[in-house]
Design a protein around this ligand. Structure first.
Ligand code: PLP
Length: 329
């Protein structure tokens, strides 16, 4: 891969890992992970809520994006692969993050986008940003996209692009877990909480948090997708692959999808506006808005023990507002 040296202008804002490869680091923004801000959200129905502000760890690779990419980038380095190839929908935070990571670390990036009907149309803000970051975008028909991880289909794609390190949709593979586990361990060390809560898309972030909690405390995932019951098995499979075990200290709520992925109901938009007015914190329209909406609703319904503390994780995703006509408020 393209090795960047300390004298190279490309390394501005980047940090050198122990093996002297140039890696982008959230620490260039937050000097120490111990500085991860944790905002108190007050008491709701007898439950204390805190918000771990992981969206602030890096301006372009916020929240779970950097956490999931960190060990994958190291593996790509180890394999000598300087091209990252991945998949996503038209509004994918993951595609945007991989494109930014490529620009920041001097890697070629290729994004396969779901839906060839978009090929001739102007790019939406997420895809325009990804292309501006140097990502080569290819639009796949939905049938091929659905079969993208079949060996023959993937081989055909790689035949056209050349060798690449392949990241699955959402970036959730086994190597996505240790970075998320680090966040769980940081939070265990810094706060005395009962429940750790996160929004779920593919479930990789929750799986990584579970491995970091290692059976301690409770974890709660809130799915942003409709009909996401299959995620429970996916999450078990990921933790099994990563650590050889599954965990029992977690639950997944599938009833706060608000109509489906990327559906922003007027009620949810209003919730996000009110939340921002009250706490001066902007939530994203796809994941963290649903997370906080769900958590406060569960508190109102007595789901959490009175006197307990819930830490929610702000996983970022704010770039998605561009696709919803801009930030609310
Ligand atoms: C902002 C944000 N929060 C949460 C998630 C859910 O993460 P996961 O797909 O690992 O469940 C995503 C998707 O990657 C995301 O972009």
């Amino acid at each position: 891969m393209q090795e960047l040296t300390s004298g190279g202008s490309l390394c501005i804002g980047l940090r050198f890992a122990q093996d002297d490869r140039c890696t982008v680091s959230p620490l260039s923004v937050n000097p120490s992970s111990a500085d991860l801000p944790i905002s108190p959200l007050g008491e709701h129905h007898g439950v204390q809520f805190l918000l771990a502000r992981d969206e602030l760890t890096h301006p372009e690779l916020p929240g779970n994006k950097w956490r999931k990419l960190k060990y994958n980038l190291r593996e790509a380095d180890r394999l000598g692969l300087n091209t990252l190839l991945t998949f996503g929908g038209a509004y994918s935070n993951h595609l945007a993050a991989v494109a930014a990571a490529g620009r920041l670390t001097g890697r070629r990036t290729i994004g396969f986008v779901r839906g060839d009907e978009m090929a001739g149309r102007p790019l939406n803000p997420t895809l325009a940003r990804a292309r501006a970051d140097g990502m080569e975008l290819h639009f796949l028909d939905r049938e091929t996209y659905r079969r993208k991880h079949e060996p023959a289909v993937l081989a055909a794609l790689l035949h056209d692009t050349g060798p690449a390190y392949v990241l699955p949709e959402g970036g959730s593979n086994t190597l996505a877990l240790p970075g998320c586990a680090e966040l769980a361990r940081e939070l265990l060390a810094r706060t005395d909480f009962d429940v750790l809560a996160v929004a779920c898309g593919t479930g990789g972030t929750l799986a990584g948090l579970l491995t970091g909690l290692n059976g301690q405390r409770q974890a709660l995932g809130i799915s942003a997708l409709k009909g996401a019951d299959f995620l429970r098995a996916d999450i078990d499979q990921l933790t099994q692959q990563a650590t050889g075990r599954t965990y029992a200290n977690w639950e997944l709520r599938t009833d706060y999808h608000g109509g489906g992925y990327a559906r922003l109901t007027p009620e949810l938009r209003q919730f996000i506006v009110d939340f921002q007015q009250r706490h001066a914190i902007l939530l994203d329209p796809i994941y963290t808005g649903k997370l906080l909406f769900g958590l406060l609703d569960l508190a109102a319904k007595g789901h959490f023990r009175r006197g307990s503390t819930v830490v929610a994780i702000h996983t970022g995703g704010l770039q998605a507002w561009a696709g919803f006509g801009g930030e609310p408020g």
